[in-house]
Design a protein around this ligand. Structure first.
Ligand code: AGP
Length: 606
């Protein structure tokens, strides 16, 4: 969602901020803006639409400055428009504010400020922060910010500048991400690391309630009690190049092709002497106590959770259930101290997942995060964290984060199985070997990706479609369908293959595309029967199965063959053609693949 970049240093504010905002475009936004202090004045420029609009507008405007803040806005309060874009001024234009999050009590504050004579230019919740600071300001910006924080409620990451403090940037956060980048005679703030990776790999992750006072050569951090604190400097392992397209036309296709490597790195991180090792997050004693595992996540991460549940049940003989994070905390989840609650989130910032985590913790569960982003809010809130090794995922449509989450959950299941002695050491080693064979098998499919292009050409003008599968294949169908919806805007639904005939088959017409995943050997015959029912009603069948599976191929209009693999790990292979199918369909429809409409990469509102 919204993205913040701030800079204080020497002369480069405009360039650093605009380049940084570009790196945050993946978060999703509908307007962008910048504020700098120049010649003792604050200049704000902002534009509705893509960052490019703002950049075009700024071409002939001299904004060279030592200090500034920038923002990409994803509208919540007030439509996307120039006036609702951030930054926002106070009344005499001495203060500028950028904000990510929601000020929940903004209408009360606004009413009060209006009564005091303040005039509001926008419909946003954020503007109250600028006017409130104005009201509380008595010559010390930091002091005004601390007073303002006592009044506002909600979630926020804030970047603030004042024209009388041209060498000082103030930032603060609560329930919204914000990092401080440590430079050499220059410092940075950003919603996410890729925005500043070009300049530094050394960062502070602020804790909830922290306020920082930043100049070119000092960073002073205070906790919520206003006590000066030393936060640990974290060194980011990601490279700047990983956050660039590296010759690919889109981040999504680059990230699809990175999966063999990211899966291998994820395996390497957790396998010691050919055995999975999670002893740093789960001791044998803790494992013995676990009588239920909850897996909680949103969207694609939820689909990874479904595969995790499958592995926990099948391999580790462990009671487990998966829930959508936005539902979890409202369903009175049954949690005991013997519940292990796992929260899966690429970004580690998804508000629904974070709220569910807090709920599980409050109810006494042992909490474990699986996330891709070091220092993210979810990683800090959970009792323990396991990091996937996907590297930065920029495209809105999640691909490599998903497969690395699945691998991590499967490895964790194997680890539990071994500790619970429901798998022998030999069986564990065999499973590990199978997982290590996956990157090569994915490469096989990637090398054949050209074969998928003509299939997507046939899909591009379709309005509706279905994805079906049985057992684990149904979980993959769900993920394939979500990918297709989010980047090609074709309405698709995923069903267990046996379920369509209970109602939805009424929607099948001649030419309706149905994507079938047929990797569960013991269920294949039944899936093929379902295909026949669909074909009899005119459906166009696109299937994914083992390359030598003639039974499936012969009943399909288009067939995508993948390499052989044990049924239980097959989702890691069968999902790849589905990712490619949605990518090429999106391309053929001329959609902005990496930044599909209405979506944000990191969803930090409920
Ligand atoms: C994936 O393609 C989606 N864009 C979305 O479903 C995403 O997986 C979901 O919002 C969860 O995000 P997270 O993993 O960062 O928590």
């Amino acid at each position: 969602m919204c993205g913040i970049v701030g800079y204080v240093g020497h002369g480069k504010a405009k360039t650093v901020i605009l380049e940084g905002l570009e790196k945050l475009e993946y978060r999703g936004y509908d307007s962008a803006g910048i504020a700098v202090i120049k010649d003792s004045e604050i200049i704000i420029e902002k534009k509705k639409g893509r960052l490019q609009n703002l950049e075009n507008h700024l071409k002939d405007i001299d904004l060279d400055s030592d200090i500034g803040i920038g923002h990409t806005r994803w509208a919540t309060h007030g439509e996307p428009s120039d006036k609702n874009s951030h930054p926002h001024y106070n009344r005499d234009k001495t203060i500028a504010v950028v904000h990510n999050g929601i000020i929940e009590n903004y209408s009360l504050i606004k009413k009060d400020l209006k009564e005091k004579g303040y005039i509001f230019e926008s419909d946003t919740d954020t503007e109250v922060v600028a006017h409130l600071l104005d009201f509380l300001y008595e010559g010390d910006l930091f002091d005004a910010v601390t007073k303002m924080l006592k009044v506002i409620r909600g979630s926020y990451a804030l970047g603030i500048i004042h024209k009388d403090f041209p060498k000082e940037l103030i930032c603060t956060r609560k329930d919204s991400p914000l990092v401080i980048g440590i430079g050499n005679n220059e410092n940075f703030i950003a919603s996410d690391v890729p925005a500043i990776l070009k300049h530094t790999k050394n960062v502070y992750f602020l804790e909830d309630g922290d306020i920082a006072k930043i100049s070119a050569d000092t960073i002073k951090i205070f906790d919520k009690t206003l006590t000066p604190v030393e936060r640990e400097i974290k060194v980011i392992e990601w490279d700047y190049e990983q956050a660039t397209k590296g010759g690919y036309p889109h981040f999504m296709i680059k990230e699809i092709f990175e999966q063999p490597k990211s899966i291998e790195e994820t395996l390497n991180r957790r396998i010691k002497n050919s055995m999975p090792d999670f002893s740093d997050v789960l001791t044998e004693e803790e494992i013995k106590k676990i009588d239920m595992v909850h897996i909680v996540a949103c969207g694609t991460a939820y689909h990874a959770g479904l595969q995790g549940q499958f592995a926990l049940r099948k391999l580790a003989k462990t009671n487990s259930y998966v829930e959508i994070a936005s539902e979890y905390r409202y369903m009175d989840p049954f949690v005991t101290e013997n519940t292990l609650a796992i929260f899966v989130s690429q970004s580690g910032e998804t508000l629904d997942t974070l709220a569910a985590l807090k709920e599980a913790k409050a109810r006494g569960a042992k909490t474990l995060a699986i996330t891709n982003v070091v220092g993210s809010t979810i990683s800090r809130e959970a009792d323990n964290t396991i990091y996937t090794m996907a590297g930065p995922e920029i495209a809105v449509a999640s691909t490599k984060a998903y497969t690395t989450q699945v691998v991590m959950l499967q490895l964790l299941a194997i680890y539990l199985a071994e500790k619970k002695e429901v798998m022998t050491k030999t069986e564990v080693k065999e499973a590990i070997n199978t997982l290590y064979s996956i990157p090569k098998k994915i490469e096989f499919t990637l090398n054949e990706s050209d074969k998928i292009k003509p299939i997507s050409e046939g899909l591009k003008d379709k309005v509706n479609g279905f994805y079906i599968g049985r057992g684990l294949d149904f979980n993959i169908a769900l993920e394939g369908s979500l990918k297709m919806k989010e980047i090609s805007y074709i309405h698709t639904e995923a069903f267990p293959a046996g379920e369509l005939k209970h109602g939805s088959i009424a929607l099948i017409e001649p030419g309706t595309p149905v994507v079938v995943i047929g990797m569960q050997s013991d269920l294949l015959e039944k899936t093929i029967s379902n295909i026949k029912e669909l074909k009899a009603r005119g459906a166009y069948i696109i299937s994914v199965g083992r390359e030598d599976c003639l039974d499936l191929k012969n009943v399909s209009d288009s067939f995508i063959g993948i390499q052989d693999i044990d049924d239980i790990f097959s989702g890691l292979l069968s999902v790849i053609p589905l990712q490619l199918l949605s990518y090429y369909t999106s391309l053929s429809k001329g959609i902005d693949v990496d930044k599909p409409r209405n979506l944000a990469k990191s969803v930090t509102v409920e």
